[in-house]
Design a protein around this ligand. Structure first.
Ligand SMILES: [Zn+2]
Length: 409
């Protein structure tokens, strides 16, 4: 029975055992100077204060001056993609909008063309390298979407790469089927035919091979209407896929009340919100997942996190790691940005990036906090004066060591 003891910590952030909302978002359960955490067989078995520290373990780590906190849970990524899109990045600097670039066949369609051309093995290698990089920076649970395929064959290629990452990387991963990410060029004059392709060919095969945990749709003017999204979510339910959707990134079209009615697990983006949207969320149990690096990169207004928090809505933070609008999976920066630009308090941002991210993947009973019985997925920081220092000193990597399910990565 291999055991690891991390002792003499400046602070041990245990976190909440389940998702949090309302005033509890500002609380971060923790043990003070001298705390320890004992890990056995990948799980947390005991935590406590200095006086209760066990005398020995197979591996002892001196945590003096350091903090331990749960791994980041990145509940929204597009990590499996082919190549990069810095040319469009420069186009945007020259003044072209996301919508104009999308209409010219750039954006998602550009990524889809590259992905279709890339052999599955190369796609796997590129994606694994990205996963290994973010794992060093403290991410210990991940969601990955398809959506850069936009054909039966290519969507399956992405989802099979995700499955292989699940099997080989040791990282807990949930997969979302996002065949309805954009209308491919060849279907621009016949949207109904693409919707049929997603519902009648992609969904049965994706579900049949057990390749996805969720269905996602990009509900937006440049992508799918509220009615189309609802039709797709209903089709997903027939195959047992629960919805998690991209919504209210550029326009409030009524997608949030629809997602609430459809029993979505999370609604993601929320840069633009109507009062009806807030009310619908308050009356549901849906997680509001904010992705502040995307509007940061696009120079769009960031979501109004304070409004959501003060309305008592459970907020999660995720990276949206993707080649078009967030070519970075650094959750530490997401947390800093949430504090600096959305005025989330450090405690709120850390809860949002850990336990509420886990809740957005229906995994808060296993990950997202460090209660005995949960997986020991955690990060040990460099010596830092306080936890507030993490978001304050933005852009730095504060992770000294990272553990996923008890194994150092
Ligand atoms: Zn996204």
């Amino acid at each position: 029975m291999a055991s690891t003891l991390i002792h003499s910590l400046q602070g041990l952030i245990i976190g909440h055992s389940k998702r949090v909302q309302g005033p509890a978002m500002q609380e971060l359960p923790q043990l003070g100077p001298g705390a320890f955490i004992l890990i056995e067989n990948g799980k947390v078995v005991k935590t406590g204060n200095q006086a209760e520290t066990p005398e020995r373990a197979d591996r002892m780590i001196d945590g003096a001056g350091r903090f331990v906190l749960p791994s980041w849970v990145d509940s929204h990524t597009h990590l499996v993609f082919a190549g990069s899109r810095e040319t469009e990045f420069v186009d945007r600097l020259r003044g072209f909008s996301y919508e104009v670039i999308a209409q010219r066949g750039g954006g998602i369609l550009n990524s889809a063309n590259r992905l279709r051309a890339m052999p599955e093995e190369e796609l796997y290698e590129q994606s694994l390298a990205r996963l290994e990089e973010i794992r060093q920076f403290g991410t210990g649970v991940l969601e990955i979407k398809s959506g850069y395929g936009l054909s039966l064959e290519s969507e399956l290629k992405i989802l099979r790469v995700i499955r292989r990452l699940k099997e080989t990387s040791g990282m807990p991963i949930r997969a979302s089927f996002l065949g309805a990410h954009s209308i491919p060029m060849e279907y621009r004059e016949n949207r109904a035919a693409y919707l049929r392709l997603v519902q009648e060919e992609m969904l049965p095969q994706v579900a049949g091979e057990g390749l996805a945990d969720y269905i996602d749709v990009f509900c937006e003017k440049v992508a799918f209407s509220v009615a189309e999204t609802e039709q797709l979510l209903e089709a997903g339910w027939k195959y047992g896929l629960k919805p998690k959707i991209h919504v209210n990134q550029f326009y409030a079209l009524g997608g949030i009340p629809m997602a609430c009615k459809q029993g979505a697990i999370s609604v993601d983006h929320l840069e633009v919100m109507d009062p009806d949207d807030i009310q619908a969320l308050q009356q549901s149990s849906i997680i509001a997942t904010l992705l502040p690096t995307a509007p940061f990169f696009l120079r769009d207004p960031l979501p109004n996190a304070r409004e959501l928090l003060e309305a008592g809505i459970p907020v999660a933070l995720a990276s949206d790691y993707n080649p078009g609008t967030t070519p970075s999976g650094r959750m530490g920066f997401v947390v800093s940005l949430a504090c600096i630009q959305m005025r989330m308090l450090p405690e709120e941002a850390i809860n949002a990036a850990t336990i509420n991210g886990a809740a957005a993947l229906e995994w808060d009973d296993e990950y997202g906090s460090l209660h005995p019985g949960k997986w020991a997925s955690l990060q040990i920081t460099d010596p830092i004066p306080s936890l507030d220092y993490l978001p304050y000193r933005f852009g730095n990597d504060h992770t000294w060591k990272a553990f996923v399910e008890g194994k150092e990565v």
